[in-house]
Design a protein around this ligand. Structure first.
Ligand code: SF4
Ligand code: SF4
Length: 304
């Protein structure tokens, strides 16, 4: 029907300008992250809280934390200086939805002052079902959920605990809550017509064989793109897995899993795991150019 055609065209347009969603767009459009969300509500074994959330970023990076006002100012300054800047995302350094006041205030300010910028959010999904209305209201049209398992028994090996509604749940009990909330969130995004990408961290010996099943489930639930990222094992990361630490996959192992999952779904292979305060085209990092000290001195240029 013509309604379907129109919907598809709209979808194409939404994808085409987002550097993380389209391999082609990532050469032409830039994104920036603002680091406004320090807290997290779960523990991933591969996380080191001294650094950015490892669900979307490279290990070993410490981003400069901003207030919502500073973040909006930064978005305006950079929007004025980098014309290809189409997307502002919040991806950490903790979980954006574990810091809902800061996260949504930031989005609100940016939407008021720069309505053309697309807003994007990356989360572990635990609190996602609670905020769907807010996300829709603010026109946030891209959400990334990190889903590493659809089986709580495997989840228990990845997540030692989950903090949910004022209570801490350990092991399989916590993993089950996280799993149920992620599935609920995924469904709610689909119902609200919000584009959803799923990130999975590939952890050899833990969830590597399981990711094909993860892929099947998220595809069925309407995720639009799947990004399987290698666990990057750095000395400061992943040691929670055991005394000897946890290795990451080889490029060959990663490609094998990506190939096994591809079916008729788009796999994202151009991801470079950017930091919570990344600025620029994917793979390019101009965050130092716009360090907190520097951008706070810059006056926004409104002739975007
Ligand atoms: Fe959005 Fe993730 Fe891309 Fe950042 S890296 S702009 S949060 S999809
Ligand atoms: Fe760390 Fe991110 Fe996991 Fe939270 S969701 S524990 S910040 S990797």
């Amino acid at each position: 029907s013509s309604a379907t055609v129109e919907r598809d065209e709209k979808l194409q347009e939404r994808i085409a300008k987002h550097p993380c969603y389209s391999e082609d767009a990532h050469h032409h459009y830039a994104r920036m992250h603002v680091a406004v969300a320090p807290a997290c509500n779960i523990q991933c074994n591969y996380c080191n809280r001294k650094y950015d959330c490892a669900n979307e970023s490279r290990p070993g990076v410490v981003s400069e934390l901003l207030t919502p006002e500073q973040a909006a100012h930064k978005a305006l300054v950079i929007g004025g200086k980098i014309p290809q800047m189409t997307v502002v995302g919040i991806a950490g350094p903790g979980d954006p939805l574990a810091n809902p006041e800061k996260t949504f205030r930031t989005f609100e300010l940016i939407a008021e002052q720069a309505p053309d910028i697309k807003l994007c959010l990356s989360t572990n999904g635990l609190m996602l079902p609670d905020y769907i209305d807010r996300i829709k209201q603010l026109n946030i049209d891209h959400v990334t959920i990190t889903i590493n398992m659809v089986d709580p028994e495997i989840g228990a090996k990845i997540y030692p605990w989950v903090h949910y509604r004022r209570k801490r749940y350990k092991g399989i009990e916590g993993a089950r809550i996280l799993h149920e909330r992620q599935m609920e969130g995924l469904q709610a995004l689909k119902d609200a017509d919000i584009l959803c990408k799923v990130n999975s961290v590939m952890i050899p010996g833990i969830n590597d064989h399981h990711l094909v099943e993860v892929n099947r489930v998220i595809r069925e639930k309407g995720a639009f793109l799947h990004n399987i990222m290698p666990l990057i094992s750095a000395p400061e990361h992943g040691t929670h897995f055991g005394l000897t630490g946890q290795r990451g996959p080889t490029p060959k192992e990663l490609k094998e899993v990506q190939d096994n999952c591809s079916g008729n779904m788009k796999m994202m292979r151009h991801c470079r795991q950017c930091r919570a305060d990344a600025v620029g085209l994917l793979g390019e990092d101009r965050s130092q150019e716009f360090s907190k000290e520097k951008f706070l001195e810059m006056t926004p240029e409104y002739d975007m």
